[in-house]
Design a protein around this ligand. Structure first.
Ligand SMILES: [Zn+2]
Length: 245
């Protein structure tokens, strides 16, 4: 598995998403299984064992403000983070799975995943800085994102900026959930994205299966989609249509 961690501190202290929501679905166990970001750092054995009367030290978590780029997503993380429930309870990350087709057969289609902590740079921005670093204005880019939740207003503005300045990029965004869609500025961001030519749609049951097959460490097992997947898709798609009309 290829995973690369990069700290980006330039936007430390940026907006938090879902920070005020509480996890209430009994899924907390999976909440922090998003990958290496939650693996404890090696700790000093002596203090970790609490020997010599030293107070026990909690396992340290890696600091926030990092983007994790990888090849495939942990299956537990996928099932939790991409579940299209109405509220994003405890889902304090965004997962972005991407396909990049540069229209030349030599490169084929580039595929990968990004994962952010909402307190740091968001996955959308990281995509342009990390995954399109070899951007070539002479190529035609067809880019598809499968995201656990739709872009916040700040990211919408950044994406629009890219689409306006790089006319050879066509972007489609398929989201499992709509992020804070009752907020006026979020709605304005989605509308502006739509006007800028970005294709926006909610993930259908078939998209979840496709994403599982394409971006998850699935060990060749198909996914059993949750019972209300289709109903939730229809719920969100209706909300999105209302916003974009
Ligand atoms: Zn964002």
């Amino acid at each position: 598995m290829l995973r690369r961690k990069e700290r980006q501190e330039k936007e430390a202290g940026g907006n938090t998403r879902d920070g005020k929501e509480e996890s209430n679905e009994g899924e907390n166990a999976q909440r922090n299984r998003g990958g290496p970001s939650t693996e404890p750092l090696p700790t000093n054995d002596v203090t970790a064992n609490g020997k010599n009367g030293d107070p026990e030290v909690e396992p340290m978590e890696l600091p926030p403000f990092e983007i994790i780029a990888g090849d495939r997503i942990d299956p537990f993380a996928f099932k939790f983070q991409f579940k299209n429930v109405e509220y994003s309870s405890g889902r304090n990350k965004t997962f972005l799975c991407y396909l990049v087709d540069k229209g030349n057969t030599a490169d084929g289609i580039q595929r990968g995943c990004l994962e952010d902590e909402h307190t740091g740079p968001h996955a959308e921005e990281a995509f342009f800085t990390q995954c399109l670093s070899d951007y070539d204005p002479s190529l035609k880019y067809t880019i598809t994102w499968y995201m656990s939740s739709s872009p916040c207003s700040a990211c919408a503005a950044k994406i629009i900026d890219v689409l306006n300045t790089k006319k050879n990029i066509k972007l489609s965004i398929f989201a499992a959930r709509l992020f804070e869609f009752e907020e006026a500025e979020i709605q304005a961001g989605l509308k502006a994205l739509h006007r800028a030519g970005c294709k926006l749609r909610m993930m259908k049951p078939l998209d979840f299966s496709y994403t599982w097959d394409t971006f998850v460490e699935n060990e060749d097992q198909p996914i059993n989609l949750w019972e209300d997947c289709k109903d939730n898709y229809e719920y969100y798609q209706e909300k999105l249509s209302d916003i974009l009309q």
